[in-house]
Write a protein that binds this ligand. Structure first.
Ligand SMILES: [Zn+2]
Length: 365
């Protein structure tokens, strides 16, 4: 249908894909983009990507539903990317859920909340002698502005409400949360018991004019090493912490010379990181073509014999950080990032967490 509309009915690719996605799936531009990718793959390689072949078609959760993604993105976009969590929550409850129907919304809630029992009581698992209690702890960060809109304000009757146009100063809050205790911090007894350990894991950062005040990966690393882990260790000795993070690009600092496609150009030279040496397969060539300079993604793919004509450097979906496990060969960047040596690179704080025998996980994108 897409090809017919595109080639014979004089629609452009965008219009044709939007038409097909509306007729077949009753979906919008997110699915349409996928159709264009499938079509491209069909034209270029004569194969359909796995996600179109059916077995991964079933939607695992409502969070993966295109409608949910599309409407959420639309909502955030309408708010100029500045929607507060409260606003989004209201949108989910009042608009998204009513659109999706109540059964779907239950699934969404189940995904967000985990009850240990009906009455919410903590239930310790039965452990074997060689097993340790695992404690789930999640990272959360939030940026607040002085003039974040408040839902209620006082104003004389009949007069328009005056709101400040500027967002005002910002404060970044970065914290670790537990299902049972809330914020990760020492209680009164623990404070006396461990005077050398910081009281709470939470960190603030106020914005400054010259941008020095931005929360960076170094801040998070410092928080994890010097606050979060010591506090967790003191509070829950002899347990295993399961630290969960979202996939924010903000904390994407890897070990300085790690293999990371995000620090690489497509072509050799220029401004890009020089990374540690890596070996792959039997070919242990040491940059023969571009000695002592970063050779770029294309050259590496050529050397690994996984490059082919027509590959783009970074595709739109990857640029937008829209990830999909079924999309494995959309662009040079993706292909290289999935190579075993690149894939196994860890974030700095992840290394620190795992070094101590704890577990570090990331929420699905
Ligand atoms: Zn890509």
């Amino acid at each position: 249908m897409f090809f017919k509309k595109w080639k014979y009915d004089n629609l452009n690719k965008e219009q044709a894909s939007l038409h097909s996605t509306k007729v077949v799936y009753d979906k919008g531009s997110y699915k349409a983009k996928q159709i264009r990718i499938w079509a491209k793959s069909w034209l270029e390689y004569g194969i359909l990507s796995k996600s179109l072949q059916g077995y991964l078609q079933k939607i695992k959760s409502i969070i993966d539903d295109e409608d949910v993604i599309e409407q959420s993105l639309l909502f955030i976009h309408e708010k100029g990317g500045k929607a507060t969590p409260k606003e989004y929550q209201t949108f989910v409850k009042e608009e998204l859920f009513s659109h999706l129907g109540i059964e779907e919304s239950k699934k969404f809630l189940l995904k967000l909340l985990v009850y240990e029992e009906e009455n919410m009581k903590q239930k310790d698992p039965i452990l074997l002698s060689n097993e340790k209690l695992h404690i789930f702890i999640t990272y959360d960060e939030c940026l607040f502005y002085t003039n974040d809109d408040r839902p209620i304000a006082w104003a004389p009757i009949g007069e328009p409400l005056l709101r400040k146009k500027e967002q005002g100063k910002s404060i970044m809050v970065s914290d670790f949360l537990l299902k049972t205790n809330g914020k990760l911090k020492l209680n009164k007894n623990e404070i006396l018991l461990y005077p050398e350990i910081p009281i709470e894991a939470r960190k603030f950062l106020k914005s400054r004019k010259n941008e020095e005040g931005w929360w960076t990966a170094e801040h998070l690393l410092d928080q994890v090493i010097n606050y979060t882990i010591p506090i967790f260790k003191a509070k829950y000795p002899n347990t295993i912490g399961v630290f969960a993070f979202d996939n924010s690009t903000n904390h994407g600092a890897m070990v300085k010379d790690a293999l990371n496609v995000n620090n690489m150009n497509v072509n050799p030279g220029g401004k890009q990181a020089i990374m540690k040496s890596t070996f792959f397969g039997l070919n242990k060539s040491n940059h023969p073509t571009f000695p002592n300079q970063p050779k770029g993604i294309r050259q590496i793919l050529i050397e690994r014999v996984i490059w082919y004509n027509g590959l783009v450097g970074h595709c739109q979906l990857c640029k937008l950080n829209i990830d999909d496990i079924t999309r494995t060969d959309c662009c040079m960047c993706k292909i290289l990032s999935l190579e075993e040596d690149f894939k196994s690179q860890k974030l700095q704080f992840q290394e620190e967490i795992e070094k101590r025998g704890y577990i570090c996980i990331f929420y699905p994108i």
